[in-house]
Design a protein around this ligand. Sequence first.
Ligand SMILES: NC(=O)c1ccc[n+]([C@@H]2O[C@H](COP(=O)([O-])OP(=O)(O)OC[C@H]3O[C@@H](n4cnc5c(N)ncnc54)[C@H](OP(=O)(O)O)[C@@H]3O)[C@@H](O)[C@H]2O)c1
Length: 333
Amino acid sequence: MVLHHAAAALDWVMDKSLVLGYTRIGPALRRAWWPHDPTPGALVGRHVLVTGASGGLGLATARGLVRLGATVHLTGRDASRLDAARSVLLEQAPLADVVTHVADVSDLAGTAEFARDLAAGVPRLHAVVHNAGVMPRQRTTTREGHELALATHVLGPHVLTYGLREPLAGGRVVLVTSGGAYGQRLEVDDPEYTEAGRGDYSGVTAYARTKRMQLVLTELWARDLAPDGIRVHSMHPGWADTPGVTDSLPRFAAMTRPLLRDADSGADTAVWLAATSDAIGTGGLWHDRRRRPTHYLPVGVETPEEIEAFWRFVLEETGVPAGGAGRDLSPGT
Ligand SMILES: NC(=O)c1ccc[n+]([C@@H]2O[C@H](COP(=O)([O-])OP(=O)(O)OC[C@H]3O[C@@H](n4cnc5c(N)ncnc54)[C@H](OP(=O)(O)O)[C@@H]3O)[C@@H](O)[C@H]2O)c1
């Protein structure tokens, strides 16, 4: 018991220090006390979809799922990168069942169509890991007119999750978010970041704002999809050495490289959330297999009105209604 409390205290200090918790030091120490690994073969016969799986954390997540026996569906925007990722996985596990799909999650109409096709071919889906991510260099809009980070991290995942609601019944949804969310409030006045018209768009801010939105979305989805038996969690990977970090944050990557965790350690909690048989409820934010607060300080916490405005915005922009027609998700219900 004393050891348990000491581990929890040390884990808390590491989380708050960022460097101890987010880097390779995090899993190296926490492994000593974090929950046990999923049972070998836990995912045999189960299908799991991982978006943005042609490299970085998505590929590492796919590798972890393949190790547990899952049939893994990989998405990405580029067929040759997906083929290369599949080859890497098959080199490591020649008998693995790995299926690739070219699908751009920021394209809402295309994502709805992809979900329809997948649902027709895969009647039971154990889990979806929403991993695809982007940090735009300048304000970019999709062909449907949405700001790219918003479409990739929020609107597209909403379309995909609800498009797969039937095959996902009784299954799991994992959103890969970022510690960057801690630095942002829920943005409801200008979710499309149109203030860029005045020349002050920042891709880092757009990224972090939409990662905050993912935390709120996790709680909304968890409540809305509970009647379908679908459990929803988000996780953040810490700081992992991936092409995304090297390309989008080259100075950060250069400064921190010796401390960055590898992609498999970054992906560990996403794999664990998809596979664990532990009773972990729904609607949580996780990092290194432990539930974490969604705010470090009690300031800047989204109000019920802001959450409602955000939910209305997501439903209107995607045209995808909530699970129970008209189900009231206002906080407190
Ligand atoms: N690495 C970290 O330290 C870190 C920290 C916090 C959070 N994260 C989160 O972890 C996730 C993965 O990050 P990463 O570092 O592995 O990034 P990455 O190396 O850039 O990989 C991103 C993956 O997403 C795919 N992708 C991008 N846009 C897509 C779209 N519209 N539709 C489908 N696939 C798309 C990319 O493939 P194509 O370009 O071929 O489509 C690629 O496979 C992101 O959500 C990121 O926010 C990472």
